[in-house]
Design a protein. Structure first.
Length: 246
């Protein structure tokens, strides 16, 4: 299995020049995204996936705070939000998507992002694990076997979030296909030491254990319904006094 990539350097609302032979899309913009070619028609017509949601998340970042992009994929959140953060730590365990993440960061000349070729999980998962790849663009890849057809398997490295000792976290985006609970359970010191930052997470099916865990840490959970993303949720700690419009 292989995935071809192209370069996107367009904001979602501007025209583009498209060279079909070289699969390069470009216009005047200071951000560069290396993205899977198989989604090219969507990008031509709409720009980035979840662009409205990414723009909404800018209000949760801070120039004096760090961000965690857990399950960074090709880096759309990392690239788009880096200017609004002190530093972004981007975790992506799958090799090909990690390479596109690094390329996007380098071509965008972003100096305040660290790309980490590691997956996050529990202490029991630490070490070598098998990642099940279920799509050509790497999306949906999971440690957990589900009903999706597995195209390929890849050995990846897992560590706990707390083992990185990252401080002063203001915002977390996490999308790691049903391993969110394990990653956050073994990142509790990171959450506590950063005064419980906001957490944006995806939940494609019911996951009462994850919700109960977050509620046990005194997070309120709301469905993000203002950005056409019905499967995205925001966890906001009860001590957080920021007024948020959903």
């Amino acid at each position: 299995m292989s995935c071809e990539y192209f370069i996107l350097t367009k904001p979602g609302d501007k025209s583009i020049n498209y060279d079909g032979k070289n699969q390069i899309m470009c216009c005047l913009n200071d951000k560069v995204y290396i993205l899977p070619k198989n989604n090219i028609n969507y990008y031509i017509n709409n720009g980035l996936f979840e662009k409205n949601l990414i723009d909404w998340c800018k209000k949760f970042c801070g120039k004096d705070k760090n961000m965690l992009d857990i399950g960074a994929h090709s880096g759309t959140y990392t690239i788009s939000l880096a200017d609004h953060c002190n530093h972004v730590y981007s975790f992506e365990p799958q090799k090909m998507t990690y390479y596109s993440l690094c390329g996007s960061v380098a071509l965008s000349n972003i100096k305040n992002a660290t790309c980490i070729n590691i997956g996050l999980g529990s202490e029991e998962q630490v070490g070598k694990q098998t990642l099940n790849i279920v799509s050509l663009d790497g999306g949906g890849s999971s440690l957990h076997i589900n009903n999706n057809h597995i195209l390929q398997r890849e050995e990846i490295e897992i560590r706990t979030l707390d083992s990185f000792n990252i401080e002063n976290v203001g915002f977390i985006k996490i999308d790691i296909e049903d391993n969110e609970l394990q990653a956050l359970q073994f990142g509790q010191n990171t959450l506590k030491n950063s005064n419980y930052p906001k957490i944006l997470f995806e939940m494609n099916s019911e996951n009462p254990q994850l919700l109960d865990f977050l509620k046990g840490l005194e997070y309120d959970i709301v469905n993000v319904n203002n950005c056409n993303c019905n499967n995205m949720f925001l966890a906001v700690h009860k001590s957080d006094d920021q007024n948020i419009i959903y």
